[in-house]
Ligand binder design. Structure first.
Ligand code: SF4
Length: 236
């Protein structure tokens, strides 16, 4: 399907996403990514939190020079920044796009204090949601590592959808993967992981908002613990 002339047409892309939902109903992750590369050419980007390089490893199998989006919030663990750098060594042809907030951490804290304690929703807006929106403006599709097994809020995540909020197609090629499937892929292919995973962190975000989950918590139980917040606003 040619995309020429349709790049600014949400109705066209929404129809593409709707038909892909049917066409790819039984597709595996690589088939879904191959469809993404065919459909969007070089106008798609893979979002990564740098918890591991599972999604990146899959994506480079269909496009070794794929763009990878990393939200440089300024609050990351050193291990996460190290993983970001190691990705560029393991996959030398890809390009990591660092999406940065308008203010540095020092500027934001001077203006508003430590928002991650007082108003984490606003902090995520300033340091994640707005930079993401700016970065995605140059693409027709983004690929995320959302899995239905991550959390109840993600239980209905579709493989392909029109992302109304950001105005582009959203592809979740591993939406149906179980924890065991993801683990198997990481082990079999020797994929890079953030060293914090081995220390017991099951969902890694910014350092001030991430703790190790307890034995009765879900995989995302260590995110914004005690703040009544479960998502950063990137995924609806
Ligand atoms: Fe701020 Fe925490 Fe959100 Fe990071 S996860 S942007 S530190 S509130």
């Amino acid at each position: 399907m040619s995309t020429t002339g349709h790049r600014k047409d949400p109705a066209y892309w929404k129809a593409v996403a709707d038909s892909a939902c049917v066409e790819l109903a039984d597709a595996d992750a690589l088939e879904t990514l191959a469809w993404t590369a065919r459909t969007f050419g070089d106008r798609w980007i893979v979002a990564s939190s740098m918890q591991d390089a599972l999604l990146i490893d899959l994506a480079v199998r269909v496009n070794p020079a794929v763009d990878v989006l990393f939200l440089q919030t300024g609050y990351h663990f050193p291990e996460t920044l190290g993983t970001r750098d190691a990705v560029t060594v393991d996959y030398p042809r890809l390009r990591v796009i660092d999406a940065e907030p308008e203010q540095s951490v020092a500027e934001q804290e001077a203006a508003y204090g430590t928002l991650h304690r007082t108003d984490p929703g606003r902090c995520c807006q300033l340091r994640k949601v707005r930079p993401l929106r700016r970065a995605l403006a140059g693409y027709d599709a983004w690929v995320t590592g959302i899995r239905r097994a991550d959390a109840p809020t993600r239980a209905d995540a579709p493989l392909v959808s029109w992302d109304e909020r950001h105005g582009l197609v959203k592809v979740n090629p591993i939406a149906a993967w179980s924890d065991e499937r993801a683990e198997r892929y990481l082990a079999e292919r020797g994929v890079l992981r953030n060293p914090l995973v081995a220390e017991g962190y099951t969902s890694i975000g910014c350092a001030p908002c991430t703790t190790k989950p307890g034995p009765d918590d879900g995989p995302r139980g260590g995110r914004w613990a005690g703040l009544g917040k479960t998502e950063c606003g990137l995924h609806g």
